[in-house]
Ligand binder design. Structure first.
Ligand code: PMP
Length: 374
């Protein structure tokens, strides 16, 4: 069948560089899978019970487009209590992915430019292409920090949106207050809307995490349940931000996603009262374990958040040679080029049991030592 019938906008979307790993996992007997983008813990029992109860209670119909009032109230409470921020408006979305798509469709016209830090979450550039917008990358290597100079080097008359992601997938970088301040100032000076993907806000291991909303009340902030509560399949997230943008997103949601899953919305109200600090502490330990084990043999910036490290490839090995060597030893990783215009690094997810991590670390250290000696 000819693919001429597929729209240009979709033809432009290349398959994910991570997909190869999914296919490999299925064919391997005992993979050491460090390519995973979801937490390795399951949904807390009380939250499962709340979802089951909602189904039994017949809470299986469409909800209002904006999401059930109890969940919107709980989200508003989260911003008040955690960030001392009174939200103007909120929308419950079908995951952060749903929120990202709606925000892009609402804010980006064909030809508009969207600033994206490189490395980036794989989905961003494709979403920009779908809207007919133009992704403009700024290179944050090797520190993965953002500066005024970097941002200003890419700003033109067409810059409409700055997309930021802290804690970051894939680098683990967490923006500091001065960095968020710079982003906020530039947004105001150039009349640019900031979309801040804060899906990993719970996974911050250093000083108190700061949200973009604390620096720029006009930002569109996206948050979610997938990572924090181990429920990526439940498809719930949220957007908070200015009324005009959120109202446009709500209108579009009505004619696309309709609403986030009803029973999951109800369970998410319960989830927000569950203390996940034990899980987060365990992830801090995993971060320490992986970073301390690899730092002698790899050049790595210690991640302050999310559950990824983004080390440099060992000298003398190109991306394909390195990834293939790892695969031959049953270790699955994400090639850096899947989330960057460069092919100099790789993404390692530490969302895995410690015994799996340790086996993976032995393999990775072995590869680096061998590369150094040849
Ligand atoms: N943003 C980032 C940075 C992510 O890593 C992910 C999931 N991998 C998403 C958004 C999408 O999450 P959700 O399950 O809420 O759609």
């Amino acid at each position: 069948m000819s693919s001429d019938r597929i729209t240009e906008r979709v033809q432009k979307v290349e398959p994910s560089g991570i997909r190869r790993m999914f296919e490999l996992v299925a064919s391997m007997k005992d993979p050491i899978n460090l390519s995973i983008g979801q937490a390795d813990f399951d949904v807390p029992e009380s939250v499962k019970e709340a979802a089951i109860q909602a189904i039994r209670d017949g809470f299986n119909r469409y909800t209002v487009t904006q999401g059930i009032p109890e969940l919107n109230d709980r989200i508003a409470q989260h911003y008040r209590e955690t960030y001392d921020f009174r939200i103007e408006s909120s929308l419950v979305t079908s995951g952060v992915s749903g929120g990202l798509l709606l925000a892009m469709l609402v804010l980006v016209d064909p030809g508009d430019e969207v600033l994206i830090p490189d490395p980036y979450f794989v989905m961003y550039k494709h979403l920009v292409h779908l809207t007919g917008g133009v992704p403009k990358f700024y290179d944050t290597y090797p520190s993965f920090r953002v500066t005024r100079e970097l941002l200003e080097s890419q700003i033109t008359d067409r810059t409409k949106v700055m997309l930021i992601n802290s804690p970051s997938n894939p680098t683990g970088a967490v923006f500091t207050a001065p960095e968020l301040q710079v982003i906020a100032e530039i947004a105001r000076e150039h009349d640019i809307t900031v979309i801040s993907d804060e899906i990993y806000e719970s996974f911050a291991y250093g000083a108190r995490y700061r949200s973009m909303c604390q620096h720029l009340a006009d930002a569109v902030v996206l948050g979610g349940f997938s990572k924090t509560y181990g429920m990526p399949g439940w498809r719930v997230g949220w957007a908070v931000g200015p009324k005009d943008i959120l109202e446009a997103m709500r209108k579009l949601q009505q004619f696309s996603f309709v609403c986030a899953p009803s029973m999951a919305q109800r369970a998410c109200v319960a989830a927000m009262d569950v203390d996940m600090s034990e899980y987060i502490d365990a992830y801090r330990q995993k971060r320490n374990l992986v970073f301390d084990s690899l730092k002698e043999n790899y050049s790595i910036v210690r991640p302050d958040g999310s559950f990824y490290l983004f080390p440099e490839l060992p000298p003398g090995l190109d991306e394909k040679a390195f990834i293939d060597q790892a695969i031959r030893k049953d270790v699955l990783l994400v090639p850096g080029s899947a989330c960057s215009r460069r092919a100099t690094h790789f993404r390692l997810s530490f969302a895995a049991p410690n015994d799996v991590l340790k086996r993976g670390l032995d393999v990775l250290n072995g590869i680096a030592v061998q590369a150094a000696s040849s």
